[in-house]
Design a binder for this molecule. Structure first.
Ligand code: NAD
Length: 501
């Protein structure tokens, strides 16, 4: 199947997309149901501005129903009390069903968010499956602890699931980020209510069905699509939700902390925005740096939280680096997302298109030089396409240097010495990721230690695996997705102290 998909042409993909049935209802307690009162909203594709599906416009009543189903499933114990090897079996089957549903999930992901179809096929769907399978393996391999005590006592330190987890996710990697939450939360024995972004509900709804088919008892995984204010907010304020695992903007992340304080002091894990720097030293391999930088910002149209959006380069090599980045950018094909040759597709929606173009304009108005791209293209399609863009001569006071653009826009600033490079790189409220490009390992160690980011790459960018934690410092959030550490945030410690004679 995979081989056939790799070779498929654009018209076949589009024909398949046109005939694929979409499910837009909520998935609650093991079944589909419309939103209370039958409310729906238009799910619009960024590819051409057409309406893909009518999707349930979830609200407080739907969230109440989903949380009640999740609580009932949790209290009933049909999932959290299940034998570890059985929990592993179900989660592995869930991963297999995701893999088996590759074609449908990839089409839905591309239709919803405009990413190139072969990225959906080769990255988003398989990575989501890999993530669920990764956590499945912990079910029968993690041990709890026995604390040191005196001779007539035993203190067990057990990890217990939290109960009902609300997962609120963004639209840029809908499947992968949902899997980052579902894998550890379900492995730990929690029930989950998943709230996808209003721009990208279709694959999340499908996950609800696949989880049920894999053997998750009804109510363990529920999906309520809808707008942030209407479905996300009641979930985050809900008195019977024990934790919110949120990925999205820093602005909305801050609201999550308020909602927790205003309700039941539920736990909150935040994965928020970024403005990640590349520090390029004078001795760097500029060709390698240019490739890492170009792919690090233009992959997924720059709609990546850890996109390397700020280049901070030694003044002596700046022009050569920009030329090299432009050469790489020229090889990255911008086009229709269902064309298999496309490597950059559409931006998520009209509003975001306007924001990205507005940032480019503001950079130029504040004195930056447009060194590459900068224009909207393919406007006749009705979709939202912007060229790979480089703004040169950017200073750290400009909006384009300070705010997350979340589009294919790279800013370039220069430094004279290492101290200035470090100061510029860390001069941001964000701290998700960073990179250092140098052949001097002393500089690499010094800078990677001093850069404030949850991940620092040296002579590479965007390399990762399930084995490494992912998340931010500063206003990029706290809590980590991926790796065994992610499991901890979905569990609580319980001490059971027993005295005996
Ligand atoms: P967003 O914050 O607008 O929305 C994220 C989610 O929150 C959506 O499901 C949305 O419906 C919901 N939401 C919005 N307002 C809400 C409210 N008042 N109450 C409850 N829920 C609400 O973000 P977005 O535009 O979907 O995604 C882009 C952002 O996500 C960027 O800032 C990006 O950097 C960030 N992001 C971070 C990571 C990470 O791991 N750190 C990963 C991907 C994306």
């Amino acid at each position: 199947m995979n081989d056939t998909l790799q070779r498929r042409d654009r018209s076949t993909w589009q024909a398949r997309a046109a005939t694929l049935a979409h499910e837009g209802r909520c998935f609650i307690d093991g079944g589909y149901r419309p939103a209370e009162g039958g409310a729906t909203f238009d799910d619009v594709s960024p590819i051409d501005g057409r309406v893909v599906a009518q999707v349930a416009r979830g609200g407080a009543a739907d969230v109440d129903a989903a949380v009640a189903a999740a609580r009932k499933a949790y209290d009933g114990g049909a999932w959290r009390r299940v034998e570890p090897k059985e929990r592993k079996r179900v989660l592995l089957r869930f991963a297999e069903l995701i893999r088996a549903d590759l074609e449908r999930l990839a089409i839905l992901e591309t239709l919803d968010v405009g990413k190139p179809i072969l990225n959906s096929v080769n990255v988003d769907v398989p990575f989501a499956a890999d993530c669920i399978a990764y956590y499945a393996e912990f079910a029968d391999k993690r041990y709890d602890e026995i604390a040191p005590t005196g001779p007539t006592e035993t203190a067990l330190v057990r990890r217990e699931p939290l109960g009902v987890v609300g997962a609120i996710v963004p639209w840029n990697y809908p499947l992968i980020i949902s899997a980052w939450k579902l894998g550890p939360a379900l492995l730990a024995g929690n029930s989950v209510v998943l709230k996808p972004a209003e721009q990208s509900p279709l694959t999340a709804i499908r996950l609800g069905q696949l989880g049920l088919e894999a053997g998750l008892p009804p109510g363990v995984l529920n999906v309520v699509p809808g707008y942030g204010e209407e479905a996300g907010k009641p979930l985050a304020l809900h008195p019977d939700v024990d934790m919110i695992s949120f990925t999205g903007s820093t602005e909305v992340g801050k609201l999550m902390l308020r909602y927790a304080g205003d309700s039941n002091l539920k736990r909150v894990a935040l994965e928020c925005g970024g403005k990640s720097p590349h520090v390029v030293m004078a001795d760097a391999n500029l060709e390698a740096a240019a490739s890492g930088i170009a792919w690090g910002i233009y992959y997924n149209m720059g709609e990546t939280c850890h996109a390397g959006s700020r280049v901070i380069v030694h003044e002596s090599v700046k022009d050569r680096l920009i030329d090299a980045i432009a050469k790489v950018a020229a090889t990255i094909t911008l086009g229709h997302p269902f064309d298999p040759a496309t490597q950059m597709g559409a931006l998520i929606d009209r509003g975001h298109l306007g924001r990205v173009l507005g940032y480019i304009e503001s950079g130029v108005a504040e004195g930056a030089r447009l060194a590459l791209g900068g224009r909207q293209v393919m406007a006749d399609t009705g979709g939202n396409y912007v060229e790979a863009t480089v703004l040169d001569g950017v200073t750290s006071s400009m909006r384009v240097a300070r705010e997350e653009i979340f589009g294919p826009v790279l800013t370039v600033s220069t430094f004279r010495d290492e101290a200035e490079a470090l100061r510029l790189a860390n001069d941001t409220v964000y701290g998700l990721a960073a990179a250092v490009w140098t052949l001097d390992m002393n500089v690499a160690h010094r800078l990677s230690g001093a850069l404030r980011g949850g991940t620092v790459w040296v002579n590479s960018y965007d390399r990762s695996s399930m084995a490494t934690p992912f998340g931010g410092f500063k206003q990029s959030g706290f809590g980590r997705d991926r790796s065994p550490h992610a499991i901890d945030k979905y569990t609580d410690f319980k001490t059971i102290w027993t005295a005996y004679t």
